[in-house]
Design a protein around this ligand. Structure first.
Ligand code: ADP
Ligand code: MG
Length: 360
C-alpha cells in the first residue's frame, strides 16, 4: 500500500505563506518528483508529509487514513535526506538496524533483514565500518537501506543526490529507480534538477512559489508546458515578446517587433491573452541567407551568427536578431551543422514550425 493524497495543504510563517493550498495525489507504487527552484517550498512540503513539521492547515492521507496528527515514527514513511543523516558513532549494520531495534524486532529477524537491505544496495561486507569510512555515495546507499529495511509504504527523498558528483548522481538515480520498482514502494522525490526528475519520474509536479504549477508525465511537462515558468524551468527555451496576437480559425498569429508574423498551433490549453512565444532550441533549423528558397512555410526570423559551440553530440548556435533582445539559441545535429559551414557574423534565418511554437 502507499497511496498518498494531499489536499489544501498550507504552511504559513508569520505573514509568509510558503506552501499554498497544495493538492497532490500519488498513486501506490508511483514515483513523483517535486521539482522546483530553491526556496519554492519543496522541503517544507516534504517535512509536513513526514511529520517533522505541522501544517498550518490541510489534509494528508496515506491509504485513506488521515496522518496529520500521527507522530513521524508511526507514519509508515521512510526518509532519505541530502546529508545522509547517519549516526556517526554507529556501524553501518547498527545504522540500518536502528529502526528495527526501536520496533523491538527479534534479533535474528534484524540480522536477516539488515543483511537483505545491505545486499539490495550492494553494500554486503560493509557491516562493521563506520559512516566516515565510506564514500558519499556509499553513505547515501546506507541511508536508503535504513529506509528499505523498515519496508515503508512510501519513501520521501529530499535532494538525496545533490552532494554527489555528476557521474555518481547519474548512476545512483538509476539504482534508486530500480529499487523502487523492485520493492514497490511509493516515492516522492524532491529535486531542483530537471534532468534528474525527467529520468526518474512517473510524473513530475513542477513547484513554483508554494504551489504546483503543472503535474504530468515527463513528456507532458516537456512537450506541453502549461505556462512560461514551466517551459523555462524544464529544458531550454527561446522566449520572444510578441504583440498583436490574433486567433485565426486553425492557429494563433502573433507579430514580432520586427514585423514577422509567427504562427502558433492551437492546443488544448491555449488562450489568447498572451504576449510571448516560445520554441525550443532543438526544434529550430538554421538556413543561410543564400538558401532562402529552402525556407518553406515555417516560422522564421532573420539574424547573425554570434557564436558556435560544440557540445559533443550537438552544436549550439547563438543568433542575434533585431526581433529579440536576447541571443536566440539553436541546437543542431553535427551533420546539419557541417553542411552549413557557418562563420561568426553570417546572415541566417532561424526557422521552426508552428506545431513547435507555444504562446504564453
Ligand atoms: P526548497 O526546499 O524548495 O528550497 P523550503 O521549503 O526549504 O524551499 O523553503 C520555502 C520557503 O520557506 C523559503 O522562502 C524559506 O525561506 C521559508 N522558510 C522555510 N523554513 C522557514 C522557517 N522556519 N521560518 C520562516 N520561513 C521559513
Ligand atoms: Mg529544500
Amino acid at each position: 500500500m502507499g497511496r498518498l493524497v494531499i489536499t489544501n495543504l498550507c504552511k504559513q510563517y508569520k505573514d509568509n505563506l510558503v506552501v499554498k493550498q497544495l493538492d497532490l495525489t500519488i498513486e501506490q507504487g508511483e514515483l513523483v518528483s517535486l521539482l522546483g527552484p530553491s526556496g519554492c517550498g519543496k522541503t517544507t512540503t516534504l517535512r509536513m508529509i513526514a511529520g517533522l513539521l505541522d501544517p498550518t492547515s490541510g489534509s494528508i492521507k496515506l491509504d485513506d487514513k488521515e496522518i496529520v496528527n500521527v507522530p513521524t515514527h508511526k507514519r509508515d514513511i521512510g526518509l532519505v535526506f541530502q546529508n545522509y543523516a547517519l549516526f556517526p558513532h554507529l556501524t553501518i549494520f547498527e545504522n540500518v538496524a536502528y529502526g528495527l531495534k526501536r520496533k523491538k524486532v527479534l534479533k535474528s529477524e534484524i540480522e536477516k533483514r539488515v543483511k537483505a537491505a545491505l545486499e539490495s544496495v550492494q553494500l554486503t561486507g560493509f557491516e562493521d565500518r563506520l559512516p566516515t569510512q565510506l564514500s558519499g555515495g556509499q553513505q547515501q546507499r546506507v541511508a536508503l537501506a535504513r529506509s528499505l529495511v523498515l519496508n515503508p509504504s512510501i519513501i520521501l527523498f529530499d535532494e538525496p543526490l545533490s552532494n554527489l558528483d555528476a557521474k555518481l548522481r547519474q548512476f545512483l538515480r538509476v539504482e534508486i529507480r530500480q529499487l523502487q520498482k523492485k520493492h514497490g514502494f511509493t516515492a516522492l522525490f524532491v529535486t531542483h534538477d530537471q534532468e534528474e526528475a525527467m529520468v526518474l519520474s512517473d510524473r513530475i509536479a513542477v513547484m513554483y512559489n508554494g504551489d504546483i504549477s503543472q503535474l504530468g508525465t515527463p513528456s507532458e511537462i516537456y512537450d506541453e508546458p502549461s505556462n512560461s515558468f514551466v517551459a523555462n524551468f524544464i529544458g531550454e527555451t527561446n522566449m520572444i515578446s510578441v504583440n498583436d496576437v490574433r486567433e485565426e480559425s486553425d492557429c494563433f498569429t502573433a507579430k514580432l517587433k520586427t514585423g514577422e508574423i509567427i504562427k502558433v498551433s492551437k492546443r488544448k490549453n491555449s488562450t489568447s491573452i498572451e504576449k510571448v512565444i516560445m520554441f525550443r532550441p532543438e526544434h529550430s533549423q538554421v538556413i543561410k541567407q543564400s538558401d532562402v528558397e529552402k525556407m518553406g512555410e515555417q516560422n522564421s526570423l532573420n539574424g547573425q551568427v554570434e557564436y558556435m559551440h560544440f557540445l559533443g553530440s550537438t552544436y549550439t548556435l547563438g543568433v542575434r536578431s533585431a526581433a529579440h533582445d536576447k541571443t536566440i539559441i539553436c541546437s543542431l545535429q553535427p551533420e546539419d551543422y557541417k553542411d552549413l559551414s557557418l562563420h561568426e557574423g553570417d546572415d541566417v534565418f532561424v526557422t521552426w514550425s508552428k506545431e513547435k511554437t507555444y504562446i504564453y
